[in-house]
Design a protein around this ligand. Structure first.
Ligand SMILES: *Cc1c(COP(=O)(O)O)cnc(C)c1O
Length: 599
């Protein structure tokens, strides 16, 4: 491991010079993006989104661990990672700002008890180019130096901010000073980089309200340039999209005025901006970042149709009035799709070279025959086994699923609303089904270390399984859930189980990865799954928990029967893909965001 870099006390390097050096020959011409704009009927944006005026994407997490050395916390980071992948593919000029966290947290079970270990990481291990340092300020420290490490990949520039003690993603409580520190690093630190690069973004996207400080920095900068405050505010609003992933404003963290005084205001130059911010606080001197994000954005969106409707009901602006959230359902990148399957999509003409569904995609999907489907599923299973050979199950051993055995998977952050434990409602019933149908259940997902109830549930389930000679060989828990495990299960499983409480999943993207790889889907009608009505998947519904659990068992049996029957399997897969292929396309999501901002 490389030693921690020493703080750089020299004058900031010439960002612009280095930036120009970096992009020499790469940014010069971007015919593929012009072609993409043509494909989505937005040639009018050719001079709007350019290398000098890219889309600016602010995020507290990004999940592309192998390439970027940054491990996200969940779906929000996966979405940011996929934004970068799709941008690279279609040549979209995109600048992404995020902290480079100095620690990655790994889960390890010992006797089914949870342990989390922190691994120290530095940007130099991951091939970043260090382009200089910038400073942010707090009341206690007039300057906090941050190193700027970047990666340029095709049209996408990833800008990370780092100091050796920055810690892990989402460490500290949501309203803590530590969390606020991470947020001002991205916001004020990130904006300084943008400013020094001389970039004037026509679109600023906040991937959640916690990135709002970047937009505040922009407002402050416009006022500093001589613009009247309300003109500047209007201009900022016009170019800003607030992408919300949370459902309840009440559940969002808030900060106290004194925390702003010590950490936020020292980074702001203009009194008018500080006065305006102060005005946003409630009578008990608190503010939610979602309130600020609402006030600073001209467009807001939820990440599925259902979610945007719920957010539109739940969220209020500073004056207590409702605000509208449009729907831009999340999409996924090619990373999650088995390459052989991706080739099929191109070959049958279901998607174009940008990953957009073709005009005749529904007819094209009909061309998938059962022998192709079976062959792709077989190679997917081999890939899954290869990955799981390097992972650990609950007993600390690798897992291998034999040929001909069925795999159901539940892969998700273990939070209570996702209800991963529903299949254990009636263990005898579960046992009977998996024995009869030669099936396995693979579960992977980390509980939050502070979620005592979930940690306890998992312990009880794993103990119950270990004590039963049949379940012991059929129920597997893969430790340390990450994107590699997520990808392997998406590609190699037979059927995904996705049963969040209806109304609580913002979108979810795991099920998209599953559908794209020809798996069956058992799901409640929630998140992005609910974009399509009536259901074309194996729906779980009911008026109360026991009813839903009963339906889940029925659906598992039904899925087994489908998997055993060529005709039924092909029919079900085709039905699912016809409905969801346009939704799961990541470039479709990019198109929707461009259309939201530039109407
Ligand atoms: C896809 C993915 C997610 C998103 O999961 P959802 O539960 O569908 O929101 C989270 N974490 C990892 C590691 C993933 O691969």
């Amino acid at each position: 491991m490389a030693p921690d870099p020493s703080p750089d006390n020299q004058l900031p390097l010439d960002f612009k010079l280095i930036f120009n050096e970096l992009k020499k020959g790469q940014f010069a011409k971007r015919p593929e993006f012009m072609e993409f704009l043509n494909a989505i009927g937005r040639q009018d944006l050719a001079d709007t989104i350019t290398d000098q005026t890219p889309w600016l994407y602010l995020t507290q997490e990004i999940y592309r661990e192998k390439e970027f050395g940054i491990m996200g916390g969940g779906g929000l980071g996966v979405l940011a990672g996929d934004m970068t992948r799709v941008a690279e593919k279609i040549g979209l000029p995109l600048i992404v700002i995020t902290p480079f966290y100095s620690e990655k947290i790994h889960q390890k079970l010992s006797d089914f008890h949870h342990d989390y270990t922190a691994e120290k990481v530095v940007p130099s291990e991951f091939g970043y180019t260090k382009i200089g340092s910038i400073e942010i300020s707090t009341l206690a420290y007039s300057s906090v130096p941050l190193e700027v490490h970047v990666k340029l990949r095709n049209s996408m520039l990833l800008v990370t901010l780092y100091e050796p003690n920055i810690g892990a993603v989402y460490s500290g409580e949501s309203g803590s000073d530590h969390r606020l520190y991470h947020e001002i690093v991205t916001g004020f630190g990130g904006y300084k980089v943008i400013k020094q690069l001389g970039i004037n973004p026509p679109l600023i996207q906040m991937n959640e309200a916690c990135t709002v400080f970047g937009v505040i920095a922009r407002l402050d900068d416009l006022v500093s340039s001589g613009m009247e405050f309300y003109t500047a505010l209007e201009q900022v609003r016009q170019s800003t999209i607030y992408t919300n992933h949370t459902l309840l404003q009440a559940a969002e963290g808030e900060f106290h005025y004194s925390q702003f005084q010590s950490m936020v205001f020292p980074n702001i130059k203009n009194k008018s901006v500080i006065d305006w911010l102060s005005w946003q606080f409630t009578i008990d001197s608190k503010v939610k970042l979602s309130t600020l994000a609402i006030e600073l954005s001209g467009k807001r969106n939820g990440v599925s149709i259902l979610h945007s409707n719920i957010s539109s009901e739940n969220y209020r602006n500073r004056d207590g009035n409702p605000v509208k959230f449009d729907a831009v359902t999340n999409g996924i990148s090619d990373f999650w799709i088995q390459p052989r399957m991706l080739d099929q999509y191109y070959e049958i003409g279901a998607i174009d070279k940008f990953g957009l569904p073709t005009e005749n995609y529904a007819e094209a999907i009909e061309k998938l025959d059962i022998s192709t489907i079976r062959a792709i599923k077989d190679s997917g299973r081999a890939f899954m086994n290869e990955t799981l050979a390097n992972k650990m199950n609950q007993y600390g051993r690798p897992l291998r699923i034999a040929e001909g055995e069925k795999v159901f998977d539940i892969k998700r952050r273990l939070v209570s609303y996702k209800r991963a434990k529903m299949i254990f409602k009636d263990p005898d019933r579960l046992l009977e089904i998996i024995k009869k149908h030669n099936a396995h259940i693979i579960i992977s997902g980390k509980p939050h270390s502070g979620d005592i109830e979930m940690v306890g549930d998992l312990f009880n389930i794993l103990t119950m399984v270990a004590d039963n000679p049949i379940l012991k060989d059929r129920i597997h828990y893969i430790q340390n859930y990450d994107e590699e495990i997520g990808q392997a299960l998406a590609i190699g499983g037979d059927c995904a189980i996705n049963v969040p409480i209806v109304g609580q999943e913002a979108c979810g993207t795991s099920w998209m990865k599953d559908l794209a790889n020809l798996k069956l889907l058992i799901s409640t009608t929630d998140g992005g799954v609910a974009d399509i009505q009536p259901p074309v998947y194996l729906e779980v519904s009911g008026n109360f928990y026991d009813q839903e659990a009963e339906m889940l068992y029925q659906r598992i049996e039904e899925a087994c029967n489908i998997l055993d029957n060529d005709e039924l399997l092909r029919e079900q897969i085709i039905k699912q893909l016809k409905a969801y292929l346009p939704i799961l396309s990541g470039s479709r999501m990019i198109r929707d965001y461009l259309n939201l901002r530039f109407q």
